[in-house]
Design a protein around this ligand. Structure first.
Ligand SMILES: [Zn+2]
Length: 181
């Protein structure tokens, strides 16, 4: 038992150290920066303190460790054979928290991109960066379309208001001409 607890503690300590800024996350950040994306890091003002925040695209990115966040079907996410219940419960709780955060961010109008650490390994890195860049740009386009639609609606509203006022003025003039006191 003492042995088990030590190994759990060791695992948890490793996680604490890793949670600062992982190497795979840095690789992704640098690649995005070189592609011209500008971002904030670990923004505390947003739910879940996203790893990367791109305000211009209203997009957040989380780089998730496959084990800690329970990457479905991933070989790096297998639950240890010892203390299985402990790990299963812990990972399940992490996944629930991730989903809560995701929902909160979407409710505030932010898009969420999840990047798994296994997707940042050498052989997949470029693919992942391409995919993420594309998603960010698409989010930007959708955002712009929404803004355009809203602007068009606002312009149309003002144009209609103006017409209405002109019609009323015209009517007043006509009334005054017909009934000058
Ligand atoms: Zn994975």
């Amino acid at each position: 038992m003492a042995d088990n607890r030590t190994s759990i503690q060791r695992h948890l300590n490793m996680a604490a150290i890793r949670s600062v800024s992982t190497k795979p996350e840095l690789k992704l950040r640098h690649a995005l920066w070189h592609s011209g994306f500008r971002y904030r890091v670990n923004d505390k003002r947003l739910p879940g303190k996203p790893d990367i925040v791109l305000p211009k695209y209203r997009t957040t990115i989380f780089v998730h460790g496959c084990f800690w966040h329970g990457h479905n079907g991933c070989k790096y996410a297998s639950i240890p054979k010892t203390n299985t219940d402990f790990w299963t419960e812990k990972i399940t709780r992490n996944r629930q928290r991730d989903q809560d955060v995701w929902r909160q961010l979407e409710a505030k109008g932010w898009s969420v991109i999840i990047v798994w650490e296994c997707e940042l390994k050498k052989d997949q890195l470029q693919d992942t960066i391409d995919k993420v860049s594309l998603t960010i740009r698409n989010n930007g386009k959708v955002l712009q379309q929404t803004r355009d639609t809203r602007n068009k609606a606002r312009l149309q509203y003002h144009a209609e208001r103006l017409q209405q006022r002109q019609r009323e003025q015209q009517l007043n003039i006509e009334l005054r001409q017909k009934f000058p006191h």
